[in-house]
Design a protein around this ligand. Structure first.
Ligand SMILES: C[S@@+](CC[C@H](N)C(=O)[O-])C[C@H]1O[C@@H](n2cnc3c(N)ncnc32)[C@H](O)[C@@H]1O
Length: 244
C-alpha cells in the first residue's frame, strides 16, 4: 500500500501556492459544491464531542477551522496550520470577515510530517481534511499520535471507496474523463492541480483498510461514516488513555 497515495511532495511542486486564490472555486467545481456538506458534517461531528485545543492540519483556506470557530465554545482554541503560507493567508482573511462569538484561531505554518513545534500530548483533537492522500501517512500518523493527549480524538475526511465495486470503478472512470476536462479550463492548464487529486483518489486505502492501518498506530474505537455513497469517508479514532 502506497504511503503517499498521490505521490505528492510539496518540496517539488508548489501547486497550492499557484492555485491558492482559486482553491475554493476549484473545490466547488470538482465536487459540484458538495464538499461544503462533507466539511460541515465533519465540523459538526468534531464540535459535538470536543472542546479544548483542536489542531487542524493542512487547513488550506480554512474550511474546517473556520466552520469550527463558530461551533466550539469560547475558550477553545483551533490551530489552523498548513505548509503553504498563501493558503493560510486566505484562511486568515476569511476569518477577519467573521463576526459573533467564536473560539480562538491561531494560524501556524506546520509540516504534517514533523510537528516539532507542537508539544507531545498537548492537543485534544487532530483534524485533517483532504490532505491525507497527499502526505506520507506513516510520518503523519506517528506525529498525530504523539501530539494528541491520551483520550484525544483523531478525525480524517478523505476520498474513499464506494463499497459496490462496479460503481466505484464507474466513478473512477468518470473522474478520469471529467476532471481533466473541467480542470483544464478551471486551472488554465495547470496539470498538477488535478493530477495529484486523481492519483490520490485512486490509491487511498478503502475504509476498512484505513481503519486497520489506524489501529496499527495504537488508535482505538476506530470508526468511519460514508458520505455520498463512500466517495468520501470521515474516519474517527481515539488515542487510548494511559492504562487502557
Ligand atoms: C487539498 S488541500 C486541503 C485543504 C483543506 N483542508 C480542505 O479540506 O479544503 C491540501 C492542503 O494540504 C497542504 N499540505 C500539503 N502537504 C502538507 C504537509 N506536508 N504539511 C502540511 N500541509 C500540507 C497544502 O498546502 C494544501 O493547503
Amino acid at each position: 500500500m502506497k504511503q503517499n497515495s498521490a505521490d505528492f511532495n510539496p518540496g517539488n511542486d508548489d501547486v497550492f501556492r499557484r492555485i491558492a486564490t482559486r482553491y475554493d472555486f476549484l473545490c466547488d467545481i470538482f465536487s459540484f459544491g458538495i464538499h461544503r456538506l462533507w466539511k460541515r458534517a465533519m465540523a459538526r461531528t468534531i464540535a459535538q464531542n470536543n472542546t479544548g485545543i483542536v489542531l487542524d492540519i493542512a487547513s488550506g483556506t480554512g474550511d474546517i477551522a473556520l466552520r469550527l470557530t463558530s461551533k466550539l465554545p469560547e475558550g477553545s482554541t483551533i490551530i489552523a496550520s498548513d505548509i503553504c503560507q498563501p493558503m493560510l493567508d486566505i484562511a486568515a482573511s476569511k476569518a477577519n470577515t467573521m463576526t459573533g462569538p467564536r473560539a480562538n484561531l491561531d494560524f501556524q505554518i506546520l509540516d504534517a510530517h514533523n510537528l516539532s513545534k507542537i508539544p507531545s500530548a498537548s492537543v485534544d483533537v487532530y483534524a485533517i481534511s483532504f490532505a491525507m492522500k497527499i502526505c506520507e501517512r506513516d510520518l503523519l500518523l506517528k506525529e498525530a499520535v504523539r501530539v494528541l493527549r491520551p483520550g484525544g480524538r483523531f478525525y480524517c475526511l478523505e476520498a474513499s471507496q464506494i463499497p459496490l465495486g462496479w460503481l466505484h470503478k464507474t466513478y473512477l472512470k468518470y473522474m478520469e474523463w471529467c476532471i481533466p476536462f473541467i480542470a483544464r479550463i478551471a486551472t488554465g492548464g495547470d496539470r498538477s492541480a488535478h493530477d495529484y487529486l486523481l492519483r490520490g483518489i485512486h490509491d487511498m486505502p478503502d475504509q476498512l483498510t484505513f481503519c486497520a492501518e489506524l489501529e496499527t498506530y495504537g488508535f482505538k474505537d476506530v470508526s468511519y461514516n460514508n458520505f455520498s455513497l463512500g466517495i468520501v469517508a470521515l474516519h474517527c479514532a481515539v488515542k487510548p488513555k494511559l492504562g487502557t
